[in-house]
Design a protein around this ligand. Structure first.
Ligand code: HEC
Ligand code: HEC
Length: 339
């Protein structure tokens, strides 16, 4: 038989065996469906990590479990707190032994829609992202292999992994389950969403004026913070400093052109996520609006979209009122995101 054909055949068998294995182990499981406003597309879910209620429940337990950290004191949920839209209220988060990191925590609101993770976009998938905090000396200060070993002999988790993935826990199933839970952290029920997607009268006059300003070419806010998630998923310099201590995206790409570019963060639930910016240097939304109104400092990479705005005091207050309308209380109180 032709060698190429054999290879093709083997490959097909492999794919088939893999798929059917996935299917049988999934057969007894309940699929998860995203509940999104009209016109909003589903986030991309990797084909080898389909969403089921059972996998989500397992990932959620791990997300809240301090067992993942070296001294069993810190869980993902220690720094990603639901009432704060899954950030903490610190400038820099505290890890095990009170070690201090160097960046402000990022919200996990609608994180399923992101393509690149961290302020510098250094991680390309939600599955891979799970490893970073576990191994970071500033966060959980652990080793992934020891976490897996611990879970293998754990009376409860070892059974659950067998049930959900049809095999003993390994790095793949471990990271997949946590990523799957994170993909369910969907927020589209803020007063703004009800107004925008469902034509409800949930915004007051100040918020409507602020919204019009936000989406206007006078402020350019929505060029970077665009719908549906108030981010275009890109990286930019918004003129926070003339000289940065953090190289931002350049840390990852080693390109001078990427110097001091940072992830354009979502603004969903932003009233809950103070302090602001990659280094948590702005304490509240007033300070953020003062920053943008001034046009910022002149870093060579500053976007031309950030320039002095000459907003009146009323307009600045309206912009803040609008940002406050992005708080989704149903998301913040959703009991399915709790242990
Ligand atoms: C000690 C506090 C701390 C712990 C513990 C922690 N995180 Fe984070 N998380 C952060 C900080 C700070 C950032 C931003 C880091 C950066 O950009 O360099 C972040 C960023 C993220 C992001 C990126 C979001 C985006 O849009 O780019 C995800 C996802 C995330 N964390 C998930 C997790 C998961 C899952 C765990 C547990 C396995 C975890 N975190 C544990 C503090 C923490
Ligand atoms: C050129 C793109 C761009 C424009 C225009 C822009 N932003 Fe930003 N925005 C960013 C980036 C990048 C960051 C993060 C910068 C950093 O951490 O150093 C950010 C951060 C923020 C934050 C902090 C979010 C957090 O979680 O820390 C708020 C709030 C915000 N922007 C609101 C606005 C408003 C309001 C406008 C319009 C007046 C605006 N932005 C215009 C790119 C932009």
């Amino acid at each position: 038989m032709d060698k190429k054909y054999i290879i093709l055949l083997l490959a097909t068998c492999f794919v088939f065996a893999y798929c059917s294995k996935e299917e049988t182990s999934m057969l007894s499981q309940t699929p998860y469906f995203f509940n999104l406003p009209p016109g909003v597309e589903n986030p991309r879910v990797p084909s080898d990590n389909t969403m089921t209620m059972e996998k989500i429940a397992l990932g959620k337990m791990l997300f809240f479990d301090p067992m993942l950290s070296r001294d069993s004191t810190i869980a993902c949920a220690s720094c990603h707190i639901q009432s704060l839209a899954f950030v903490d209220n610190k400038t820099f988060s505290l890890g095990v032994y009170d070690s201090v990191g160097f960046r402000n925590a990022l919200s996990l609101t609608n994180v399923a829609y992101n393509n690149l993770f961290f302020w510098d976009g250094g991680v390309p998938s939600l599955e891979l992202q799970v490893i970073a905090p576990i191994e970071s000396p500033f966060e959980m200060n652990n080793v992934l292999d020891s976490v897996i070993e611990k879970l293998k002999t754990h009376p409860y988790y070892s059974e659950r992994f067998l049930e959900v993935f049809g095999r003993p826990v390994d790095k793949v199933s471990f990271t997949q389950s946590i990523a799957t839970f994170e993909r369910t952290l969907i927020s589209f029920n803020s007063p703004f969403d009800k107004y925008h997607y469902y034509n409800e009268t949930t915004l007051n006059e100040a918020q409507i004026r602020g919204k019009d300003l936000f989406f206007s070419s006078r402020t350019n806010c929505s060029n970077c913070h665009s719908l549906p998630n108030f981010t275009n998923n890109g990286f930019a310099n918004n003129g926070l400093y003339e000289v940065y201590t953090d190289m931002g995206r350049r840390r990852v790409t080693v390109q001078f052109n990427d110097d001091a570019l940072f992830k354009i963060p979502t603004l969903r639930n932003v009233a809950r996520t103070a302090p602001y910016m990659h280094d948590g240097s702005l304490p509240n939304l007033e300070a953020v609006v003062v920053h943008y109104n001034s046009g910022g400092s002149n870093h060579f990479n500053k976007s031309s979209l950030v320039k002095p705005l000459n907003l009146t005091a009323q307009e600045q207050a309206d912009l803040i009122a609008f940002l406050e309308s992005l708080t989704d209380d149903e998301f913040i109180n959703n009991s399915s995101f709790r242990p």
